[in-house]
Design a protein around this ligand. Structure first.
Ligand code: ZN
Length: 188
């Protein structure tokens, strides 16, 4: 089932997600619906807050992005990221590998048509629980690392506009404000 994607201005986007305990049939259904919604919207990531639920649940899928490479390794062995997509992450945590940061463009399904450059660690180690309740750990870089950090932010109530430098944020302010006004009208 396709879910409605929440836009900027809805307070749920500022809520920190609750940890997910057991993988109940309800959570499994929510995961399936979110994957369907993400693919339909041509997003490379979707967080629970973006469909109106403040949970530590997100997913990414970088399969079809050919111009922005991703890397992934498990226990020191390189793997093909596309074999793990869509990648479902519950209660994720990450730490930067080294000090290498990279600027790159980002968009967000909750901010239609808004794109801005953001600096983030280029390579990270990720720990999470998957859709079967199994602990997973991997290292990733490039677009995949960026997407996971963007999604992790959502789970804390942090938005990509918070990560933009002041210049970029000022440039984008009219568009961002317009989305907020539109959303608040819809919320009544
Ligand atoms: Zn986003």
């Amino acid at each position: 089932m396709l879910l409605d994607i929440v836009k900027y201005g809805d307070p749920v986007l500022r809520q920190k997600g609750e940890r997910v305990g057991e993988i109940t049939p309800k959570i499994k259904q929510l995961i399936d619906d979110m994957v369907e919604t993400m693919h339909e919207a041509h997003g490379i990531g979707l967080a629970a807050q973006q469909i109106g639920k403040a949970l530590q649940l997100t997913m990414v899928d970088v399969t079809d992005v050919e111009d922005r490479p991703s890397r992934m390794s498990i226990d020191g062995e390189a793997v093909k990221p596309e074999d793990y997509m869509p990648l479902i992450l519950l209660n994720p945590e990450w730490t930067a590998v080294g000090d290498n940061k990279e600027e790159g463009p980002e968009g967000c399904l909750s901010f239609p048509e808004v794109y801005g450059e953001i600096e983030r660690p280029e390579e990270i180690d990720v720990k999470a629980v998957d859709e079967n309740g199994e602990a997973v750990a991997f290292r990733c870089g490039g677009l995949l690392a960026r997407a996971i950090q963007h999604e992790w932010d959502h789970l804390q109530g942090i938005l990509f506009i918070d990560r933009m430098d002041a210049f970029v944020r000022t440039e984008l302010k009219p568009e961002v404000d317009a989305i907020q006004v539109e959303t608040r009208k819809g919320l009544g």
